[in-house]
Write a protein that binds this ligand. Structure first.
Ligand SMILES: Nc1nc2c(ncn2[C@@H]2O[C@H](COP(=O)(O)OP(=O)(O)O)[C@@H](O)[C@H]2O)c(=O)[nH]1
Ligand SMILES: [Mg+2]
Length: 271
């Protein structure tokens, strides 16, 4: 764990400090990205006006109003919201009614939508979430505070608190993904496939993204292995509203393949 992860504990108001102590993922801040991004934090603190919350949305009409209202409440209505939408139901209309920017895209999988979503905002801090009411939007201020503290990526760790709301098969798979990724990276991580993370926009723009179903793991692994300041932060995980869009077996296999491919690519990049 990096010292910088310890240093953030003071700003971690709604999660327990011991949890952070267990969960600071590491990135030696001496990498190209860590150094380049340090200047941002020094030049002034980001506010909700600097924040974009982005998501892929695919037939989420049961959840979208709740998710967007929670974002508004947590950020005083100041965060920009971007939905990359492939729905055939009323999701995009509801999103627009709630003031979100909607980009229409044929459904092509999680990563195709989320890659478009993270590359769309002009604002300097980008937070991803799923549009299913599983992620705690009330934690947005803490994610932003950690970016202001110097983090390049803040990754919501669902497994720390047990993730009881997650189907057992997925929970087992996520522990296995974390074990494989930790082994291949040589650095311990807890939750490689979380949908809730904050990124400095520079980070998402500087790295080329290749994965689809495995994009969430890629978004953690590449910055970590390139020396960015990546921190995991425990979050609560709730039961989903509406149906999952991920096939657990096919999706799980695709994620495992992405983890191995991306870790090996990043190891080779070091030589
Ligand atoms: N636009 C778009 N969004 C997608 C697609 N597949 C999944 N999503 C969205 O990506 C997010 C993650 O999917 P989800 O079903 O929650 O996956 P799970 O958390 O693994 O069960 C949700 O907000 C989905 O609506 C897709 O093909 N296109
Ligand atoms: Mg989800």
């Amino acid at each position: 764990m990096s010292d910088s992860a310890h240093a953030t504990n003071g700003s971690a108001s709604a999660v327990d400090v011991a949890a952070d102590d267990e969960n600071g993922a590491t990135g030696s801040a001496d990498g190209e990205g860590g150094a380049a991004n340090a200047a941002d934090a020094e030049s002034g603190e980001y506010t909700f006006d600097d924040l974009s919350v982005v998501m892929g949305t695919y037939n989420e009409e049961e959840a979208i109003a709740t998710v967007l209202e929670d974002i508004d409440e947590a950020t005083d209505g100041r965060a920009e919201v971007v939905c990359v939408d492939g729905s055939s139901d009323r999701t995009p209309e509801i999103a627009r009614e709630h003031g979100a920017r909607v980009i229409e895209q044929e459904p092509q999988g999680y990563g195709v939508a989320v890659r478009e979503a993270i590359l769309t905002p002009d604002r300097p801090v980008v937070v991803t979430t799923d549009c299913d009411d599983t992620y705690p939007m009330e934690a947005l201020p803490e994610f932003l505070a950690e970016i202001n503290d110097g983090a390049d990526v803040v990754s919501g760790d669902r497994l720390y608190h047990g993730a009881d709301a997650m189907p057992a098969f997925n929970r087992f798979g996520n522990h296995a993904f974390a074990a494989i990724a930790s082994l291949l990276m040589g650095e311990g991580v807890h939750d490689t496939t979380t949908g809730m993370r904050a990124y400095r926009r520079d980070v998402v723009e500087e790295i080329g993204w290749t994965e689809n179903t495995g994009l969430s793991a890629e978004l953690l692994i590449r910055p970590l292995m390139r020396g960015y300041d990546v921190r995991e932060r425990p979050i609560r995980y709730a039961e989903r509203l509406g149906e999952t869009k991920l096939d657990p077996i096919g999706g799980g296999a695709a994620i495992a393949k992405s983890i191995v491919t991306v870790c090996l690519e990043e190891q080779l990049r070091r030589f």
